[in-house]
Design a protein around this ligand. Structure first.
Ligand code: EPZ
Length: 432
């Protein structure tokens, strides 16, 4: 699907944000750990949530959605049919997290090849190694992964890098395993802590210790949950960037300051203004010009890799040279080619520019960017390659004078609820 955006106008108004995509999907998977009823509140209406619910339904679960609530009952679950498995192939990264719950409930699971954003290789070796450590037998073939286990056993697991998905994998697999699991070098993103809180409500015994260590003592049975998912800080940041880039003003309802401290510091450094209110955060441009900055993406509590793309678009409007060093993904600057075609001046480098040397430094990855501003952007035809890059192109189209045509907006709908409606409510001329 395509949309056309008339750029060159400031955006003004308010938007609502709901449960975080990267939390809600995993919390829905957690409902498979119990045969009791689970209720998740603040669920956004986005494609990745619908896909997760379709997966639970295909596994025999019953799902009811009413407004922002989602009630899931998985008292009778079964393995999916081959045709059902294939229908989920390549669409999302969530299926890999079915392993723990389904091994606990059914003793076996087949995981189709994964989808998700096209931002580099995205291996799953940490997941597989962790599952093997917990006692799963894993067979890999070109269609996906087949795993079986006669009950998982707690283990000591050390991640090579604090991977969000692998940490969630260990949590969801070890809560019902026999004995104690000690996970070191774990990710501690707020979305993970939200999942830990939910699992604790279900009866799990988990402690988040110092130095990225998480200890899980397996229990025999978990019960249902009632939980309100944390707000989407990635969506909040996207609108904040749109506000400063267009010289506009946006109140992001329900945005939560404590999850965005690092972003807010950088926002202020480049000339962004914000006011933390009881019902959200209001964002605007404080200074006449946007100021250049140095950014290094990192795991929490660092500057998130998912904030990088919208921020880079803002930095094309900064008065001077900015540097962005991407240390989480080796290949997350592909989207800058389109920005350069629109008039931006962004040069990519293989070196670790500006700060620490990262694990991509000695290898052949273009993972640092130098952005020379300020450059006017030209409207044009834009094809969305992945979710966050997609929203960053929306911001570029808002800045550009003229009408931009944006193709593949369904990719943006994977993680942004009704973003076209929200743009319209902020005064943007959008048509299909
Ligand atoms: C999650 O991906 C998010 N996705 C990503 O958001 C986010 O960018 C990322 O965490 C980092 O915050 C979801 O939650 C669905 P990782 P995930 O495992 O869990 C390497 C978005 O736009 N790695 O923390 O897949 C990996 O290659 C998406 O919403 C391995 O080497 O990310 C990467 O370099 C995009 N082996 C690094 O770790 C593994 O087995 C971090 O990845 C796993 C990961």
């Amino acid at each position: 699907m395509d949309i056309k955006i008339q750029g060159g106008k400031s955006i003004k108004g308010e938007v609502e944000t709901h449960g975080a995509k990267n939390c809600v999907t995993k919390e829905l998977v957690a409902s498979l750990l119990t045969s009791s009823e689970c209720v998740l509140e603040n669920v956004p209406d986005i494609i990745d949530v619908s896909l997760t619910l379709d997966m639970i339904t295909a596994l025999g679960g019953k799902v009811e959605r009413k407004d922002r609530s989602c009630v899931v009952r998985t008292s009778n679950i079964k393995l999916m049919k081959r045709s059902e498995i294939d229908s989920f192939s390549g669409k999302s990264r969530v299926p890999i997290l079915l392993c723990g719950p389904l091994l606990a409930r059914l003793g076996e699971v087949f995981v189709p090849s994964l989808g998700g954003c096209n931002i580099g290789p995205r291996p799953i070796d940490f997941h597989i190694n962790a599952l093997k450590s917990l006692g799963a037998i894993v067979e890999e073939n070109e269609d996906g992964l087949y795993l079986k286990a006669d009950g998982l056993m707690g283990a000591k697991i050390a991640l090579d890098y604090p991977s969000v998905g692998a940490t969630e994998q260990v949590l969801l697999s070890s809560v019902l395993a026999k004995g104690k699991t000690v996970l070191s070098n774990a990710a501690v993103e707020p979305e993970i802590i939200d999942l830990v809180s939910l699992l604790q409500k279900m009866g799990a015994e988990i402690s988040v210790d110092t130095d990225r260590q998480i200890t899980i003592v397996g229990v025999e049975k978990l019960h249902g949950y009632r939980h309100v998912a944390m707000p989407d800080r990635l969506e909040a940041v996207s609108w904040a960037c749109a506000a400063i880039a267009t010289g506009g003003e946006v109140l992001v309802k329900d945005a939560r300051q404590k999850d965005m401290i690092t972003f807010l510091n950088k926002y202020r450094q480049i000339g962004g203004g914000f006011e933390v209110r009881d019902n959200g955060i209001k964002f605007w441009r404080e200074t006449d010009i946007v100021k250049p900055v140095f950014i290094e993406t990192d795991v929490h509590p660092g500057f998130m890799t998912d904030w990088q793309q919208p921020f880079v678009v803002v930095l094309t409007q900064a008065d001077g040279v900015s540097i962005v060093h991407e240390t989480v993904y080796e290949n997350r600057f592909g989207f800058t080619e389109t920005l350069n075609k629109m008039g931006a001046k962004i040069q990519l480098y293989r070196d670790c520019l500006g700060g620490m040397s990262c694990r991509f430094g000695q290898r052949n990855y273009l993972h640092s960017a130098v952005i020379v501003g300020r450059t006017p952007l030209k409207a044009g035809k834009i094809v969305v390659p992945d979710l966050r890059a997609g929203f960053s192109y929306i911001i570029a189209a808002l800045i550009a004078k003229g009408v931009s045509q944006i193709q593949n907006i369904n990719i943006i709908e994977r993680g942004y609820e009704d973003f076209v409606g929200k743009l319209t409510s902020l005064g943007v001329d959008v048509c299909s």
